[in-house]
Ligand binder design. Structure first.
Ligand SMILES: [Zn+2]
Ligand SMILES: [Zn+2]
Ligand SMILES: [Zn+2]
Length: 339
């Protein structure tokens, strides 16, 4: 029998229960069924893509609390640091007039996206489509969501979590994001976020930092990003010019004068004087320059070197001379933190 009050969608919709609902007795969970996120519930989050920040609709495939697998979490605890949701991205079917978006629960990508609980919002929806709807097919579990509602959700969610921008997941190129409109244009973009994070007027002498959204002198952005990395506001493997992950390319070029030139497609690229940037001084202690890995020849930022070494070349042997060039001194960290 279908139980309309259940928050467990499969049970509610199909009248079956996939789980033994073991109630966790630890204090972070209570027995109130009304405000919980269950596995297989629908969630919405904001994700970084090539076209800017956009909405992603997912199935909560696994709920982890303190690295342990739980059947559900009270929504008051979603924003706890220990809460992580592994979500499966839903694909969508669109219709030309764009009043509605259709998501089919049977059409999700297998690979999970790991999202801090603080970044998600539960998507409570009425029943999926029935036989009378044109989009219905046997066995389908299709939800129809008004574009207007989605836009409101996206904006209010952005207001709530914009301070966590640095932690937003980054979409892989294989993911169908941003969702496309019938004409192929990107849809469900978070317009307020993208307006705030767009690169300003190129003639202006300031840029808006993607991480803290402060207006920073163009010449000082690289140092500013270095400070974010040292203070752990962003991951150490971000682009040293703009502080974002996997957006920008970086390369080194040896010139005829035997100097090294930095090349990047980063919107915050500025002509870094390679030799000078490697020396520390109290006013500019940052030495975060791109370096070429002697083993795999990938160019990585110096502040992200440790992460590259640990993840790609654990136990690898590097020449002492090279290791000196990627060493970050305590003096540098001290001065960086004091800025
Ligand atoms: Zn900043
Ligand atoms: Zn960049
Ligand atoms: Zn390498």
């Amino acid at each position: 029998m279908s139980d309309p009050k259940s928050t467990d969608r499969l049970r509610r919709v199909r009248g079956l229960s996939k789980y033994n609902l073991q109630v966790d007795t630890s204090p972070q969970f209570d027995r109130d069924e009304s405000a919980k996120l269950f596995e297989n519930d629908l969630i919405i989050t904001l994700i970084k893509t090539k076209n800017g920040i956009c909405a992603a609709i997912l199935l909560a495939h696994q709920i982890l609390y303190d690295k342990k697998h739980v059947d559900y979490v009270n929504i008051n605890h979603l924003s706890d640091r220990q809460c992580v949701i592994n979500g499966r991205l839903l694909k969508c079917v669109t219709i030309p007039e764009q009043l509605f978006w259709y998501f089919d629960l049977n059409e999700c990508i297998r690979e999970c996206i790991s999202i801090p609980g603080a970044l998600i919002q539960c998507l409570t929806l009425p029943q999926p489509l029935d036989k009378n709807d044109d989009m219905w097919y046997p066995g389908g579990l299709i939800y129809k969501i008004e574009t207007r509602i989605l836009k409101l959700l996206i904006d209010s969610h952005w207001e709530k979590i914009s301070n966590l921008l640095a932690k937003f997941p980054v979409a892989k190129s294989t993911m169908p994001l941003p969702y496309r409109l019938a004409d192929g244009k990107p849809g469900l973009l978070c317009e307020s976020a993208n307006a705030e994070n767009s690169v300003d007027d190129p003639t202006s002498s300031k840029w808006i930092c993607f991480t803290c959204r402060k207006s920073i002198d163009k010449k000082k952005m690289w140092l500013h990003i270095g400070i974010h990395i040292v203070k752990n506001d962003v991951s150490s493997c971000v682009c040293g010019f703009c502080g974002r992950i996997s957006h920008c390319s970086i390369a080194l070029q040896r010139t005829v004068q035997k100097t090294i030139k930095v090349i990047s497609n980063c919107p915050f690229f500025f002509d870094l004087q390679y030799g000078r940037a490697r020396k520390i001084s109290k006013s500019s202690p940052c030495t975060n320059v791109p370096v070429e890995c002697p083993i795999c020849y990938l160019v990585v930022w110096k502040y992200g070197w440790k992460q590259h070494q640990d993840s790609e070349h654990e136990g690898g042997q590097f020449e002492k001379k090279f290791l000196e060039t990627v060493e970050i001194t305590e003096q540098e960290i001290k001065w960086m933190k004091s800025l």
